[in-house]
Design a protein around this ligand. Structure first.
Ligand code: GSH
Length: 201
């Protein structure tokens, strides 16, 4: 059985919980308080961070790497595109998402950065999301019609917009509608921790 070491408010851990519940197989989630980390976390992950996935003698870290492993190990429903061209495009979108959005999420998750840096990070995210928004007037999901791993990767940020005090203008309406669709998935709801549920009322 797979065990996920997961931060109770960690957006990267939420990605992995979301995929585990999408797949619907047996797994165990061990809640980790990132401000009081268990000693063995540093043994499992040289960066001493969650999420970490353990399955027998395999230990993985990095949310997108963990999620691709789960997707290949349990192929139904398949979350990375089956077609190599679309899969390549999907990986590129994941890469850009990390560089252009989640780099700033890391700033917002870091309690040691100044208010000025936090504001700059929120503004950069707002700008990035606003650029993405018009595509959702046409497309149901990031890669088009089908829900995929790329939607999984973005969802925890969309869930935290109020929590991070990220303000979006009217032109982001299609993105917010898309977000509401994601939030209605059973797997998304099941994967939320009580602390994450409290982020949105
Ligand atoms: N790039 C990593 C980011 C993981 C990450 O930043 N985890 C944070 C919690 S959200 C953490 O463990 N922080 C504790 C620390 O860095 O000491 C991923 O995608 O898994």
């Amino acid at each position: 059985m797979m065990t996920l070491y997961s931060g109770i408010t960690c957006p990267f851990s939420q990605r992995c919980r979301f995929v585990l519940y999408e797949k619907g197989m047996d797994f165990e989630i061990k809640d980790v308080d990132v401000f009081n980390k268990p000693e063995d976390l540093a043994v499992m992950n040289p960066y001493n961070q969650v999420p970490v996935l353990v399955e027998r003698d395999l230990i993985l870290h990095e949310s997108n790497i963990i999620n691709e492993y789960i997707d290949e190990r349990f192929p139904h429903p398949q979350l990375m595109p089956g077609d190599p061209v679309m899969r390549g495009r999907g990986r590129l979108v994941l890469f850009r998402m990390e560089k252009e959005l989640f780099l700033h999420v890391l700033t917002l998750e870091n309690p040691e950065v100044s208010n000025k840096e936090q504001t700059r990070a929120s503004e950069a995210i707002a700008q990035g999301l606003t650029m993405l928004a018009p595509a959702f007037a046409k497309n149901k999901h990031i890669l088009g019609e089908d829900f995929s791993m790329i939607d999984v990767a973005l969802a925890p940020l969309l869930w935290r917009l109020d929590h991070y005090d990220i303000k979006l203008g009217k032109s982001a309406a299609p993105l917010l509608k898309y977000a509401e669709r994601l939030f209605q998935r059973d797997s998304f709801i099941e994967a939320l921790t009580p602390a994450e549920k409290a982020m949105r009322r």
